[in-house]
Design a protein around this ligand. Structure first.
Ligand code: IVH
Length: 519
């Protein structure tokens, strides 16, 4: 059965974000089936329809373009909103490494390729991988003539007018620079500027933005540069394209030259010869990560000597002389403002920590699941201790929050030094916050232990349980009933009916995802 989707013009920002997340996963799934398994499940036409839908939503909500969107994969064509620019040299991607072992393999592969014994004779630079948008800036006779996004790596979008509004980016270079200079780097939005922008949006009663990267992307893709100018975008230079003359013969030398020409460069870039030193720098940067005013998602290692880079060359999409050592899930400190209880279909009471908003790994986190009463106390599902005995989670506590990919953020631990002297233990409710019925923890008959879940005993008397049951009943996994929806979806369908006269759409998948995610 084909799913009828509402016109893009009727989507709210929240609808769009939710649908883009589903589309990213769906398209990735079909890509794998098609390319890796040779076993497509849908026709090319259906695949193209999904892809078009993704593009249409992204064109309307550029700030919501996801990191994992099909349109961000190398190979995606520019949107057509801006003029196309063919890059003089392709803008490539980086291979990723995730463990110390991968880093050793990378370094050894460089030595092997060059036919040298791994003896620490080859130097590598290590610098933060900025979570922004790569940009190629072309200067002719010292004047900025064009600025282009990466696009599909070969052809990008001409965003020169918008780039000219960024104070970090020089419009002219000092005399004596080569005739043609293409400086490449990352445009990003600082975390503090992003949070301030969201506060402004809240004060104006408008939708807040999801994360600094997408906001930077959306800000750059404005058709009106005066809008871009109001967003505080920044820039770090770290690479280059065409150069009529090279100012240096090492990676570090090039970056220092850029600095001399007036470009901001990252102060954490350093050069090392041993694998251990590289990895130690990665750890240092990781420790400093929460204090940096910009999001980073790893550390990039590059062979320092440019002649060696040239010998190593490229694979199809990435250089052999560089790799990105990615960070695991990011953690951040914030405070628990309150603890709310959500009641599920089976009556399970799930505590949710409402947090002072914080960006964690590029996403604003305001809620974290606390799972159940035991978790708040620091006890795991098997009855084991997961935190020190006095590290129970309390309202007002400063806590460490972790986010990994798209999973619901977790509260990992409490920062005891910051606990307020008068703070009190959180008391898990003994009654259901929705219907007032008794909330109980059942005892496992076999083990005699208390179940970790506290349940409302109200059954259908409880409005929350009744609504969740109804949602489940009509959902795709059960009776798959079309046209029955929470009022916010109904109202958008009604709007659509008046504007286009078409029928209400199917909503079951949205309910499913709304239930799976309490934030
Ligand atoms: S070097 C030929 N250095 O990461 C490789 N890239 O995953 C040139 N990025 O498209 C890229 N910080 O947008 C390099 N310090 C850094 C970086 C960096 C962020 C981005 C860049 C690139 C992507 C690859």
């Amino acid at each position: 059965m084909t799913i009828e989707k509402p016109p893009v013009e009727t989507l709210t920002e929240a609808d769009a974000a939710e649908e883009l997340a589903l589309l990213a996963a769906e398209l990735a799934h079909h890509d794998t089936l098609y390319h890796a398994k040779d076993a497509p499940e849908i026709s090319d036409a259906d695949y193209d329809a999904l892809k078009r839908r993704n593009e249409e939503i992204e064109a309307r909500f550029p700030a919501l373009v996801r990191e994992d969107s099909l349109s961000r994969k190398v190979g995606a064509a520019p949107s057509g909103i801006f003029k196309a620019v063919v890059h003089s040299r392709p803008m490539l991607s980086l291979d990723n490494t995730f463990s110390d072992e991968d880093v050793r393999d990378f370094v050894h592969s460089v030595y092997r390729f060059l036919g040298v014994l791994p003896d620490e004779s080859i130097a590598f630079t290590a610098e933060p991988k900025i979570d922004g948008l790569s940009m190629s800036l072309r200067y002719e006779a010292g004047k900025l003539v064009s600025a282009a996004t990466r696009g599909d790596g070969t052809t990008g979008e001409n965003v020169t007018a918008n780039i000219r509004t960024i104070p970090d980016i020089p419009q002219t270079l000092p005399s004596g620079v080569p005739e043609i200079v293409e400086v490449r780097g990352e445009v990003y939005m600082g975390k503090s500027d992003f949070l301030a922008l969201n506060e402004q949006m809240l004060a104006l009663g408008k939708q807040t933005y999801v994360n600094p990267r997408n906001t930077a992307a959306g800000s750059l893709r404005q058709l009106d540069p005066t809008v871009t100018a109001t967003r505080k975008l920044r820039f770090f230079a770290y690479a280059w394209g065409e150069m009529s003359e090279m100012p240096a013969d090492t990676q570090l030398g090039m970056v220092k030259a850029f600095e001399g020409w007036g470009f901001p460069v990252n102060p954490l870039m350093q050069r090392f010869s041993s694998i251990e030193a590289i990895i130690a720098h990665y750890r240092d940067i990781g420790l400093n990560r929460p204090d940096l005013d910009y999001d980073i998602d790893g550390v990039v290692y590059k062979v320092d000597r440019l002649d060696l880079q040239a010998r190593l060359g490229f694979r199809s999409r990435s250089p052999r002389w560089a790799t990105a050592h990615k960070f695991p899930a990011e953690q951040a400190f914030t405070t628990v403002e309150k603890i709310d209880i959500q009641v599920g279909r089976t009556g399970a009471l799930t505590p949710v920590a409402r947090l002072t908003p914080i960006t964690v790994g590029g996403v604003v986190v305001t809620n974290a699941t606390l799972h159940n009463a035991d978790y708040i106390e620091g006890i795991g599902n098997g009855g084991e201790r997961i935190r020190e005995p006095d590290h129970d989670i309390r309202i007002g506590d400063t806590v460490i929050v972790q986010r990994a990919g798209d999973v619901i953020p977790q509260v990992l631990d409490v920062v005891m030094e910051k606990r307020e002297p008068g703070s009190v233990r959180y008391e898990f409710p003994k009654t259901c916050p929705v219907c007032g019925s008794h909330a109980v923890r059942e005892r496992n008959e076999k083990t005699g232990k208390l179940d970790s879940v506290t349940r409302c005993t109200g059954g259908f008397v409880c409005r929350a349980q009744a609504v969740e049951h109804l949602k489940h009943f009509v959902s795709r996994n059960a009776f798959d009933i079309e046209g029955l929806a929470p009022s916010r979806w109904i109202s958008s369908s009604k709007r659509r009916m008046t504007s286009s006269g078409s029928r209400p759409r199917r909503i079951s998948s949205r309910w499913k995802s709304a239930r799976a995610s309490p934030y």
